[in-house]
Design a protein around this ligand. Sequence first.
Ligand code: FSX
Ligand code: SF4
Ligand code: F3S
Length: 397
Amino acid sequence: MANQNLISLEQDERIEAAAARLSMNRREFLQFCAALATTLGLPQGADAAVAEAVATKKRPSVIWLHFQECTGCTESILRAEHPTLEKLILDVISLDYHETLFAAAGHQVEAARKAAMAENKGKYILVVEGAIPTKDGGVYCKIGGKTAIELLTECAADAAAVIAIGSCASWGGMPSTIPSIPGATSSPTGSSGVAQVLGKPVVTIPGCPPNPYNFLSTVVHFLTFGALPAVDDKGRPKFAYSRLIHENCERRAHFDAGRFAMEFGDDGHRKGHCLYKLGCKGPETYANCSVIMFGDAGAGTWPVACGHPCIGCTEQGVGFAKPIHTVARLKNIEPSAFLPRIVEEKGVGATLGSAAVLAAVAGAAAGAGAMVAKNLGLSHKAEQMEEAKKSGEKTEV
Ligand code: FSX
Ligand code: SF4
Ligand code: F3S
């Protein structure tokens, strides 16, 4: 943190101004940028580049399209209860077209989209939320008289980068599920992902909904380096999707020791035992939920912490594809010579794992940024409570 670059940047009044804009003090702002750099796995010293980019670079124009979805992606980004994350996201991008958030409607909105695209030709980021129906010429989703396929193709043509946010846009997600009726081989509307429709790879940030912190980090990478972060073979940023949920799960010790919840509400469930036998797909799902978590300041929660098995919502072929009650395929689990063999009777056939938490260090690094965001949120709440106390008001903050 205390490297030469940052110290010199601390003198920079632009840093001061950026911090003020985000209702942070300068130290908090630099801390947050350092944590973002750590999350992104950037080398030492890159925190200064991140801070400088967030403070000084022109915010990239973002055109945000909505297709077949529940708007949960937008909700997860904008409904952060603590102010910091939401503020940061809206500070690092210029959200020039977003159907859910626009107060205007009809021709006015269409004109705004075209104007933003023309003004930022070749430079804007296209963010797509929702799946694209491809059956019957794409008639099942139309906006302003155009099909989702037409709109996507038109908007992607001059984009500097395309980000598919959420599982629906990443590969089809929930709308692409095949109904369990005889003879069905595809979803009723032929829902598909952005890359499949465009016929070229795009960056995907799956999750239903996705974690807003992963979106923020991806955009900050683009802002700092003019390029999107390295991705895996499904287009997912490696900084967020290269580890299994299971590797950093807080219930992992129970899994290794063979302590499972067998039914919702049973003794094991109440005691916080492993949810594997309730169908948890953490062992075959790549995402950082167990590290950065979701939600309100300091609360930091995620499905497994709430007692619900991970359904694998970030993983194509798992989330919405595998029934919740089926047990996960165990992969990359190191066998142990001395721990109990706990799943053989279920026919899984693997000898289960060493208690080693394989990615504890990487996990801690990835969580650092989110924790800073949460702490900032907490300090804002503490300030509010302090103010309320002084004025003698009753408060529920
Ligand atoms: Fe919903 Fe987004 Fe799920 Fe899909 O998130 S939270 S159905 S991924 O496109 O709005
Ligand atoms: Fe956690 Fe699920 Fe793995 Fe159990 S199976 S340790 S609940 S991720
Ligand atoms: Fe989804 Fe599992 Fe994370 S259900 S939100 S990938 S814990």
